[in-house]
Design a protein around this ligand. Structure first.
Ligand code: FES
Ligand code: FES
Length: 195
């Protein structure tokens, strides 16, 4: 993914142009990016399937997943990068899909909670551990927690409870199920390391 292409840079470009226009700046000595908009064809690889879509270039990955691909596991909690409910993996790395432009992740492998295990397969050890430790109440944050937790283990950040708390701190839980979430991640980490 091109880190220059996220929602903040695109929308920021538009805001900058509007602000410059408002104070009468022109192109002399200052090159302003034009606000990006309009539909464009794009192909996204999600959970092993390729999807050809025509979308506004400003569409976030979260909105594509939920509104165009019917993958509603990733949740829209804040839509501002503050809660972690929208966490998915892009090429194995955890990413906030509400801050990611769909157009910027073409060619990457996107994995959502629905694709964490093959269709009909057993639950992922992290999912099993969340069930076993009752690591949820309303469940709204849970898909994001699990996607983040799997990445946390792969990153090597699940060695201690403090480590888990620190590296899961981007995933908020309004129900405050944190003690059980930490226990689930600790349990799943040992199983994943053995497996
Ligand atoms: S919905 Fe993406 S961080 Fe909250
Ligand atoms: S289980 Fe309700 S927000 Fe986390």
């Amino acid at each position: 993914m091109d880190p220059r292409l996220n929602r903040r840079t695109v929308l920021g470009g538009g805001a900058l142009a509007a602000a410059a226009s408002a104070v009468g700046l022109d192109a002399d000595g200052l090159t302003l990016p034009a606000p990006a908009s309009g539909d464009a064809p794009m192909t996204l690889a999600v959970n092993g399937q390729h999807h050809a879509l025509t979308l506004d270039v400003r569409t976030t990955l979260l909105d594509v997943l939920r509104e165009h691909l019917d993958l509603t596991g990733a949740k829209k909690g804040c839509d501002h990068g503050q809660c972690g409910a929208c966490t998915v993996h892009i090429d194995g790395v955890r990413v906030l899909s509400c801050l990611t432009l769909a157009a910027a992740v073409q060619g990457a492998e996107i994995t959502t909670i629905e694709g964490l295990t093959p269709p009909g397969g057993a639950l992922h050890p992290m999912q099993q551990a969340f069930v076993a430790h009752d690591a949820l109440q309303c469940g709204y944050c849970t898909p994001g927690q699990i996607m983040s937790a799997v990445a946390c283990v792969h990153e090597g950040h699940a060695g201690t409870d403090d480590d888990i708390r620190e590296h899961m701190s981007g995933n908020l839980c309004r129900c405050a199920a944190y003690p059980n979430i930490v226990a689930a991640v600790r349990d799943a980490a040992s199983q994943m390391e053995r497996g």
